[in-house]
Design a protein around this ligand. Sequence first.
Ligand code: ADP
Ligand code: ZN
Length: 709
Amino acid sequence: MPLFTSLEEALKHFFGYDTFRSGQKQIVEEALQNKDLLIIMPTGGGKSLCFQLPALLKPGLTVVVSPLIALMQDQVDTLQDNGIGATFLNSTLDYEEMRSRQGAILQGKIKLLYVAPEKLLAEKFGSFLDQVANQVGIAAIAIDEAHCVSEWGHDFRPEYRQLKLLRDRYPQVPILALTATATKRVRQDIITQLGLRQPQIHITSFNRTNIHYEVQPKDKKSYSQLLQQIRTQSGSGIVYCLSRRSVEEIAYRLQKDEVKALPYHAGMTDERRTINQTRFLRDDVQVMVATIAFGMGINKPDVRFVYHYDLPRSLENFYQESGRAGRDGEAAKSILFFSISDRQKINYLIEQKSDPSEQRIARQQLRQIVDYAEGTDCRRTILLSYFGERFRGDCGKCDNCLTPKTLEDWTIEAQKFLSCVARCQEKFGMMHIIDVLRGARKKKIEQYGHHLLSTYGIGKSRSIAEWKMLGRSLLHQELVSETNDGYRILKLNKRSWEILRKQRSVQIAVSDRPKSEPGREYNFTKAEAEILFERLKQLRKQIANLHSVPPYIIFADSSLKLMAQLQPQTLTEFANISGVGSHKLKQYGEQFVSVIREFCQVQKLPTPLPSHSQMATLQLHQQGLNVDEIAQKRNLAVSTINTHLSELIEMNQPVALNRLVQLDKQQRIKGAIEKIGADSLKQIKEYLGENYSYVEIRLVRAWWRSHQQ
Ligand code: ADP
Ligand code: ZN
């Protein structure tokens, strides 16, 4: 293995990247010190690298626990395509294959081994692992999707609980636990259930800075809106729908409208689903129309857009689903279609639930997603506040931030609102507070004696909608809190008190949002780089088909974009592109460089178009007139016509050179140019002598130039 002077050098060598993403370097350093780690990063944050790079730099085998076979396959393919010894063992392999892979591991040829948790715990496998520990050593155990150990997470898998046995069996081996979702509760669970030892905890912000968020009103015309927008996009996308029926319908309509789209939902056979998924991963189709059954286990990094055609169940779902866009860090967007009737549909479903506490939680989840859809604050602020992260707003990458709006000072109203919360002893939700402020005559108010409060009726001048807007915004800006038990009881926090003490002012974004114009700002102009990008994508697809892998395994979109912009024409220049590691350079360098070279040469050909006057000359020439006749007819000098003709030749226009210069003379002139170059007419003339005119030389030189590249 080569020796590296820095981690950056190793990063470039194995993965082709120039810089670490936020958090990665420190994690790698700590992993190299054999510390236990808990790593919480949003989807696309770059978790894999956190255990893969240390695995390559340490002696021994790193065992990676991963719950999904499809994900394993994908990660192993990606690693192998970087020339890294990686493999997986699971129930899909036959005996022979299993033996040969185990052999390779024991010979130390493999640095990363992916296994499913149930496999890892099987007895037979245990003795194999002991053998590995003795012969090559176990460098670390990485547990991906670690939230699966917790009943409090969204994807509990009992077999994950057993993983603690590994800690007991190999106490010296450090454990890295990784996940994209973890509330405090889940986090604690991971630490105890896996028996992590004073783990370093790394939490990266959940802000997905490359995703543009937008909400569009949904009405009868939404399908055509969707269609029109998809047509202006390049790259892959997902359209999420709530029901199987609407998945089928939208997929069918898109196909009829000549968008390459396929459906995906739990009602289809496994086989059909796998086929559709593979066709999407390999860019054979552009759009997947799916229920939420589609997504877990999809690692496609270059999804450029995610539509929610129907309202998602919760903000958490929305975050995870929209987060499948842009895992590669390139620009991507999330669009939610929202209508009041969708909200009523979900409400109806909730009412069908028999368990009141389930109902309560579902209702709260619905309100949170509706708040996102109807909110006037920065969408990112709203989304991140759900994860307990405060975001200052003004992201410049969501519809609310991009729509001109006025910030109004609502400090006085906020004080009224919050003091009403205080006087109701922080035991009520927003609607009740608003009722009290507006002096509503309701039984509930009298029951609690709230009509006697000093804040009763002090907010009559504002409508219910305005108070709601304020309340919502206070929540999003975390200027007030609410309980998370389904009751949504408002609680004052540190910042609420600052407002009440007049130490903090409150700004509210008030906008009458115009309907969004479909596809604005995403229409691209097909500039040169854009054309080359498409060309490189074709090459990538050809290679991917040849190897039966998805195109992103070969190169990420970001690498192709860089190639299109920087247009490296030598292997050395090509090696500098981010994403080109030493292995990929060897594998694909020649092919990509030659496409780029060819493209550059074609671009540099003179391709200006003839002027009107030149075209007039060309026409007469094509009618058979000689130079003198053309000059006479056009009332121009003979020399002008000669200039026209040589310029036309240089522009590759159909001028019959043979009618202008005798064939043998042409040969001699070409010979002279090849000998002494084309730069100086005078030198060529001197070389050729009296019998050759400047006009003839110029015409032939034009022809000669048009045939050079
Ligand atoms: P996660 O598992 O956190 O969702 P991945 O590990 O799949 O994310 O990484 C997401 C994408 O980012 C992958 O395409 C990966 O190759 C890329 N990536 C990771 N680290 C870097 C880096 N330092 N520079 C550039 N790209 C990176
Ligand atoms: Zn914003």
